[in-house]
Write a protein that binds this ligand. Sequence first.
Ligand code: ADP
Ligand code: MG
Length: 360
Amino acid sequence: MLLLQKLTLLNFKNYEEVTFTFSSQLNCIVGENGVGKTNLLDAIHFLCLTKSAFSHIDTQHIRYENPFFMLQGWFEKENKSYQIDCSVQKEKGKILKINKKEYDKLAEHIGQFPCILMMPYDTDLIREGSELRRKFFDNVISQIDKIYLQDLMKYNHLLKQRNALLTQFAEGNYIDKDLLQSYDVPLMLLNIELCQKRKDFLKDFVPLLQQYYHFLSEGKEVISLEYETNVSLTDFSSAFQTCFAKDLAAQRTTLGIHKDDYAFKFNDLAVAKFGSQGQQKTYVIALRLAQAAVIEQLTGQKPLLLLDDIFDKLDENRIRKLLAKIDDGEFGQVFITDARPERTQSLLQALRREVKMISL
Ligand SMILES: Nc1ncnc2c1ncn2[C@@H]1O[C@H](COP(=O)(O)OP(=O)(O)O)[C@@H](O)[C@H]1O
Ligand SMILES: [Mg+2]
């Protein structure tokens, strides 16, 4: 089982220097708004996934007017101990170490210490554009499949270069077909590879999503999730080539998995349009729980589950259901934040799990 036993933060956001030790079961972080509850969860996210869940500009997380931040986490996994050190220094960038040894590539770390963060903004996943949804799925597939992450990084790199090339052609009024081919061939292969992996992933993910939604809502409605892509696995390469004129005019690549979307539905209607607030909240909670469950199903590792301020967004009945799952040990080590200690205490009283209260 994966556990975070101890965490030290130095100049990370509002924290100057502090060390926390955690329960292997349930940790509850309480304190008024603005004390740093979310920041503490974000520090855990950073150590597990090499980046913040909020801003990807690493230096923004350095405590104001300091030159660097440093996070140190002491983990246990399958009875082995790991120390993860992550530091970000202005101008010099980010360094990540496992047991004092620096990683050559940060991506090597992703998936080794899986972690899922559920937060109030998650309903943006339903309401906002497709980019957030692609990120949501890429984030979880990357924690399961290293090759997927590598291929996706390659894809994004090639796509950027191809788009720059299209701009060059359009502005310079010339076309270099050979040069274009050197991007098109690998891009086509990666499209097919990544598209297939997204499809395969959903076969594992959707049943779990449906189970959690059903469990939380006592299931009147049937939910589904549909993958939408313009990549055809059979004749994609000819479609890609026919699109060239259009791409040239648009100065960007119009076909490919970077245009994919995932449609969230219930009873065949779009959750974004027809779902009540309660249905939308339940849907995103089910999405996050299914993320945690699918990671366990496909890797054998229960991720750390970080639940930020979710009690505020849920009715008592659903909170109790969620806590019952946690109490059954379905989710491994859990971290919950709440601004109202009395409420938390009363909700957690009935649980059999070991609960550690951390007051900020
Ligand atoms: N880079 C930073 N340096 C110093 N303080 C920061 C930085 N980033 C955020 N903060 C502070 O962190 C606090 C918010 O912490 P947060 O974890 O969101 O609180 P909570 O979740 O408990 O409401 C704010 O007071 C904000 O000013
Ligand atoms: Mg918060």
